[in-house]
Each structure stands twice: as C-alpha cells, then as structure tokens.
Write a protein that binds this ligand. Structure first.
Ligand code: SF4
Ligand code: SF4
Ligand code: SF4
Length: 293
C-alpha cells in the first residue's frame, strides 16, 4: 500500500487484480446482504423517528433505530460511504439488477435508453426533496398513515421473508418501478431517490477517494467513466459526497493517481477493504444486540 507522493509508482493495475477486487466486493456485499439486510431500513427508521419526535415536541430518545442511524452516520464520517458501496442491501440489489440487465442487453444485442450524464447529475438532487418531504410528513405526524407506500418497508419485508399483504400493495408497485430504474441506470435509487443517500452525501466525510489532477494523463477520463454514480474524483468537487467508496476509479487509474482519505494510494487494497468490512460487521452485530436487549 503506497503513500501519495511517490510518483514513480505508476504501473496500472492488472486485469486479474481488478477482477479479484470486483469479486471481493461482490463477496462482501453478499455477506452483508445475508447477515445484515435491514441496517438501511433501521437507520432510515431512525431519521423518521427523530423527525416525528421533533414535530411532536417530544424529547429525543435513543432507540434501536436512532442508535442504528448514529452508528452508520459515524462510520460514514470516518470511512466514507463504504456502507453504501459494500454493505447496504438496497445498494447491492441495485448492483445485481444492473449487472443482470447489462448482461441481458449484451446477449439480446439491444440497449436500453441511456440517461445523459448532465441530466443524471441534475436528477441527483431529487433525493434531497424526497428526504425533506419524508421529514416534513413525519414532523407533521402523517407519515405513519402512509407507510403502505414505502418501497423500503416492502423490501425489508421481502428480505425478512414476511409479507404484510394488501396495505403494502402501493409500496410493492413503487419497489417494482425502482427495480425497473435499477435496470436502466447504475445505482438508480442511490443516486436519485434514496433519502439515506441524501443524509450520507451531506455528512463531512474523512475517508473518501480523491485524485491529484497534476499527475493525470492527457485527455484521460477513465476514473469518471468507471464511476457508478458519475462523480469526478476531485478533492475540490462539491459532489464528492456522492462517492460510495466502491474504489472502481482507483482500480482503473493507469497512474495510480487516486488516493483514499487523502493518504492511502491503494485505498481499495483487499486487506483494507476487509478491515473496513470487519469493523462495520462488528458494528451491525452490536446494533442487533441492542435491538434484542
Ligand atoms: S444510497 Fe441508500 S440505498 Fe444506496 S447504498 Fe446508500 S443507503 Fe443504500
Ligand atoms: S484515471 Fe487517473 S490518470 Fe486518468 S483522469 Fe482519472 S485520475 Fe487522471
Ligand atoms: S468510482 Fe471512485 S468516485 Fe466513483 S463512487 Fe467509486 S470510489 Fe467514489
């Protein structure tokens, strides 16, 4: 693992190394999907709980949901959106649907319509309106009556293998539409609609991927082209909060020009990924324990 400043280390990563890293990421995602599929919904329930308490003028209390929210946010401040890139079940669902859709499109020789990059960047703002609307509805005390609309509640039920029936029919339809969007655009829900994604994007993140422009190859844009959420990897980029720490840009860069947390040249090194995943898994286990106790 090199430190930024060593300009002689410019050998691109081999295809085999990149494949190993993609497989490691898929493996970590599978583990979290199986062992901790509800962390996303628990953290989001924490947002709703806080908004409802503030709206009702009640004192803020530390419940299992608010604990999940605080824990995931604190983790994200330290490690960047590793949770989004490697551990969120909804994000993993999006990656799986998109990969499947790409494969099908290749086999059939037909391409789905593409959302232009500029439009996608504008659409990323929608999630802040979604977050604001849900917070307002919770604060007004009316959100509970609309829970049958919630696609994430339906997703949560499906991953827990239970189904609450007709009251959630609209949420089921919305989930179907979201899955259709996931087939068209990589990380569709994360980029455009996820209210938790909006919370994460606003956090002051320490651990994230940034690049040194001065060391770039002329006319190279490999990092931006590989990014699933359309981020230009720059320290001074106002949209860096969108980065989900997937490491694709750092793996593809022919100059090894992208660093993690401002220091680590290879922030996507397998050991580092396993370390971050291990800490997150321990955190999820602690949260599960809090819920049981
Ligand atoms: S943006 Fe939302 S859905 Fe996507 S990975 Fe992050 S928390 Fe999960
Ligand atoms: S892939 Fe590397 S060299 Fe190319 S633009 Fe990105 S940071 Fe620069
Ligand atoms: S490709 Fe790079 S900038 Fe884009 S989400 Fe992944 S780590 Fe972040």
């Amino acid at each position: 693992m090199g430190i930024v400043g060593n300009k002689s280390e410019t050998k691109p990563m081999s295809r085999g190394q990149r494949i190993t890293r993609r497989r490691l990421r898929a493996g970590v995602q599978a583990v979290f999907f199986l062992l901790a599929p509800s962390v996303y919904t628990a953290a989001f329930a924490g947002v709703k709980e806080l908004a409802s308490a503030i709206g009702a003028g009640e004192p803020l209390a530390l419940s299992s949901f608010t604990a999940a929210l605080l824990a995931v946010c604190a983790y994200t401040v330290v490690f960047g959106r590793f949770f989004c890139g490697y551990a969120c079940a909804f994000g993993t669902l999006g990656d799986a649907v998109y990969a499947l859709s790409q494969q099908l499109q290749r086999r059939l020789g037909r391409r789905l319509p593409r959302i232009p990059d500029a439009a996608a960047r504008r659409m990323q703002r929608i999630k802040y309106f979604v977050l604001a609307a849900i917070v307002a509805l919770c604060a007004a005390g009316v959100y509970a009556g609309l829970s049958g609309w919630s696609p994430w509640d339906v997703f949560s039920m499906l991953t827990a293998l239970r189904w609450a029936g007709a009251p959630y029919a609209l949420g089921f339809v919305l989930l179907g539409l979201i899955v259709a969007g996931m087939a068209v655009k990589e990380r569709f829900f994360c980029q455009f609609l996820c209210p938790m994604g909006a919370v994460f994007a606003l956090l002051p993140v320490l651990g994230r991927y940034t690049r040194r422009r001065e060391n770039c190859l002329p006319r190279c844009a490999a990092c931006a082209a590989s990014c699933p959420v359309g981020v230009e990897t720059d320290e001074d980029n106002a949209r860096m909060g969108e980065c989900i720490c997937c490491g694709a840009c750092s793996d593809i860069c022919p100059r090894r020009n992208i660093s993690y947390g401002g220091r680590l040249r290879d922030g996507n090194a397998p050991l580092l990924v396993l370390l971050r995943a291990g800490i997150l898994l321990a955190l999820c286990a602690a949260l599960a324990l809090v819920r049981v106790l």
